[in-house]
Design a protein around this ligand. Structure first.
Ligand code: ZN
Length: 497
């Protein structure tokens, strides 16, 4: 795990730890948990009135780059000063796959409310995707006539005036080269260097990369099949998050567009790609509890490991304490992967995602949303009043300047007010989106929960998503295991030796 550190100090609060002390505590934590520190961001507030956190904003921006998986703070109040600030930036981090950790509050708030919040956010995201599906309906009409549906056409095609596809000869050459070389056993790098050397470019005019080659090799359109809605739109802006839609949402028209690749080549390419995928899948074990499982003895995190070993030279996978692995200062035993994962899956299946449990969960979540909702609406009112106050002050200064009074201090005052205004607007926006999340109806909540029924029959990726939604942490002690899941903490015996 790679982490960025964030430390903040405001000189007007004498009781705060210094930046050095915060960093020291975080370093200790990282060493203990086998976390590599890649960057340190700090802010020293000059005054409490302006929201002046250049280090913080730089860190949020850097979270897009994928250089760290975690942001570690000493205390959560270093990261954000109120729940709206916190929710806003946490969501941005989540989009970029970055998790926030606090050294002192290893589990923030009560486990119940934390998981409820994350479940609610998942629901809101799910329902906004359903809205997108409605928009799709209109696009389907166009698709049935084998017409281009907007965006860039695939490499090798142009869009004619009547919106049908025609072949772009130069680009089609590149497509043929890619398929032929791959079908004949060449690797991506060989293909790339030939394409780039001969001046071929992608539809966006860029040099080819491995991702673009992969996408082209997977695109059945090149065999003359018109396909609409093959992939859901990329969410998170990341390629690997692409998901295939259900079959019934896909429109396929054979011969619906001009062909570039013959069936024989297409078949050979797909066979080779599938073989490669199987080889890669075999080596990759999915650890359903990664990031959630902790050692009860020392508090450190545990990591999934697999080896061939033991007396029978069999295959073993398990979770091991990081501290033990690194420093041998902890002597906690490892735990069998299958044992602890099954325990969690059974617990979720029985206590969270069964029809009866869902009834109780719907009640609990609706009560929670109601109580939160009234708080949030109170906050929205306060923010709106503050915003009006600031706007009045800004208008007064503008009026003064307009009537010929100008003093250099006005400019300074104006800058402070504008910064405050931007800050409040952002909080207001976040509060409104929170209000929306907390206004889901009981029926909506029920539908969302029901889609995860039958966890045992789902794919490993789905299982992982479900576990990461409903379980906050799993702690492995010497003779028992604790599962912190939504609305409850359950205790189980350790596996027999
Ligand atoms: Zn340990």
């Amino acid at each position: 795990m790679k982490a960025a550190i964030y430390a903040r100090y405001s000189s007007d609060n004498q009781r705060e730890e210094s930046i050095e002390a915060q960093i020291r505590a975080i370093r200790e934590y990282c060493q203990k948990n086998n976390i590599q520190i890649v960057k340190i961001y700090t802010d020293e507030a000059r005054s409490a009135t302006t929201d002046d956190r250049p280090g913080f904003l730089e860190m949020i921006k850097d979270s897009e780059l994928g250089i760290f998986d975690l942001i570690i703070v000493h205390k959560l109040d270093r990261f954000a000063r109120d729940r709206y600030d916190s929710a806003f930036y946490k969501r941005q981090l989540k989009k970029n796959g970055v998790k926030l950790i606090s050294v002192l509050e290893q589990l923030d708030d009560s486990p119940e409310s934390v998981i409820l919040e994350s479940v609610l956010e998942g629901m809101a995201e799910y329902y906004s995707k359903n809205l997108a599906r409605e928009v799709m309906k209109g696009m389907k009409e166009t698709a049935l006539q084998c017409k281009h549906n907007g965006g860039l056409p695939p490499l090798g095609y142009d869009v004619a005036e009547d919106k049908t596809y025609t072949i772009n000869e130069r680009e089609a050459q590149a497509v043929k080269i890619i398929f032929d070389m791959y079908a004949n056993g060449k690797g991506y790098s060989e293909i790339l260097s030939l394409l780039n050397k001969n001046g071929y470019r992608t539809q966006r005019g860029r040099k080819f990369g491995k991702n673009s080659i992969h996408d082209i090799l997977k695109n059945e359109k090149y065999t003359g099949v018109y396909i609409f809605n093959r992939t859901a739109s990329k969410y998170n802006g990341k390629r690997n998050h692409r998901k295939y839609k259900n079959d019934e949402e896909i429109i396929r028209v054979e011969g619906g567009m001009p062909r570039i690749i013959d069936d024989e080549t297409w078949k050979r390419v797909q066979e080779r790609m599938n073989n490669k995928k199987h080889a890669a899948n075999k080596a990759k074990e999915v650890y359903l509890l990664s990031g959630l499982i902790y050692c009860g003895k020392c508090g450190g995190s545990m990591t999934g490991i697999h080896t061939y070993g033991g007396r029978n030279k069999g295959y073993y996978s398990y979770y091991e304490c990081n501290v033990r692995k690194r420093t041998k200062e902890c002597d906690a035993k490892s735990i069998n992967k299958e044992y602890v994962e099954n325990l969690v899956i059974n617990e979720l299946e029985e206590k969270v995602l069964s029809p009866k449990a869902i009834d109780n969960l719907v009640i609990a979540i609706t009560e929670y949303t109601k109580s939160q909702s009234s708080e949030i609406h109170k906050d929205i009112k306060v923010f709106q009043e503050q915003l009006m106050g600031i706007e009045t002050q800004i208008n007064n200064i503008v009026d003064a300047i307009a009537s010929g009074m100008f003093h250099p201090s006005m400019k300074e005052k104006m800058d402070v007010l504008e910064a405050q205004k931007a800050n409040i607007i952002q909080k207001l926006e976040e509060a409104k989106s929170q209000a929306e999340i907390h206004s889901l109806s009981a029926e909506t909540i029920r539908k969302y929960l029901e889609k995860d029924i039958g966890i045992k029959t789902k794919s490993l990726d789905e299982q992982k998503r479900i576990i990461q939604t409903y379980v906050q942490k799993v702690v492995v002690y010497e003779d028992y295991i604790e599962v912190y899941r939504i609305l409850n903490i359950a205790r189980f015996p350790s596996p027999p030796p």
